[in-house]
Design a binder for this molecule. Structure first.
Ligand SMILES: CC(C)(COP(=O)(O)OP(=O)(O)OC[C@H]1O[C@@H](n2cnc3c(N)ncnc32)[C@H](O)[C@@H]1OP(=O)(O)O)[C@@H](O)C(=O)NCCC(=O)NCCS
Length: 174
C-alpha cells in the first residue's frame, strides 16, 4: 500500500471543513454545549498558533488556540485537539501539542488553559487549576480544568470568568 508522508502545517482557512468533520467525529453533537466550545464561539481562533497534521494533503489531526481573558488576565485556550481514529496512537496528538505550545511560547504568551484529561496534558506542563479559580460559562469537572504557565507564576492571582478575548474587551469598553 502507498504510504503518503505525514506533514504538519499552520492552519489555513482551506482546512476548516475537514477540521469541523474531525471535531464532529471526535466530540459528537454534545460539543456545542461544552464550556470550552461556548467560549470559542465568541470569536475567531488564532490560526498562527493552530496546526494541522496532513497525510497526502488530507487533514488527519488538528489543534487550535483561542485568545481568552480570565477575569482581566489574557491567556490562551487550547483546543479542540483531535486526531482521526485511524491515525491515533502514532504521536500526532503529541506533535500537534508541541507545535502549538512552542508557537505560543515564541509569541510571548504567558498562560495556556484547557479542559481535558490531565494524564494526557501533564507531560506538556499542564496541571490542575484550584477549583473555583476559573469560572466557565457551563459546568466543568474541576479535575479537567488545566493550566500551563509559560512564564513562572503566570497563574498566580488569576481568577474570574473566562471569556473569548473579543467578547471580554468589548465588555470592558462598554
Ligand atoms: C486525545 C487524542 C488527540 C490523542 O491523539 P493521538 O495522536 O492518538 O495521541 P498520541 O499518539 O500523541 O499519544 C497516544 C498516547 O496518549 C494516550 N491517550 C490518548 N487519549 C488519552 C486521554 N484522553 N487521556 C490520557 N491518555 C490518553 C494513549 O493511550 C497513548 O498512550 P501511550 O503512548 O502510552 O500508548 C486523540 O485520542 C483524540 O482525538 N481523541 C478524541 C478527542 C479528544 O478526546 N481530544 C482531547 C480532549 S481531552
Amino acid at each position: 500500500m502507498l504510504q503518503l508522508e505525514l506533514t504538519y502545517a499552520q492552519e489555513d482557512p482551506a482546512h476548516d471543513p475537514e477540521i469541523e468533520a474531525i471535531n464532529a467525529e471526535a466530540f459528537g453533537p454534545g460539543r456545542f454545549t461544552r464550556a470550552a466550545y461556548r467560549i470559542r464561539e465568541g470569536g475567531a481562533h488564532d490560526r498562527a498558533l493552530s496546526f494541522v497534521a496532513l497525510q497526502g494533503g488530507i487533514v488527519v489531526g488538528s489543534v487550535r488556540m483561542t485568545h481568552v481573558v480570565i477575569g482581566t488576565t489574557p491567556a490562551l485556550l487550547l483546543g479542540p485537539l483531535a486526531v482521526r481514529p485511524e491515525w491515533k496512537n502514532r504521536g500526532i496528538g503529541r506533535a500537534l501539542m508541541r507545535m502549538a505550545m512552542d508557537a505560543a511560547r515564541l509569541a510571548g504568551h504567558r498562560l495556556v488553559v484547557l479542559v481535558g484529561d490531565a494524564p494526557y496534558y501533564e507531560p506538556f506542563g499542564f496541571s490542575k487549576v484550584e477549583p473555583g479559580q476559573i469560572s466557565m460559562p457551563a459546568p466543568v469537572d474541576p479535575n479537567r480544568m488545566l493550566a500551563c504557565e509559560l512564564v513562572p507564576q503566570a497563574l498566580e492571582n488569576v481568577s474570574g470568568v473566562m471569556r473569548h478575548a473579543a467578547r471580554a474587551w468589548t465588555a470592558f469598553l462598554k
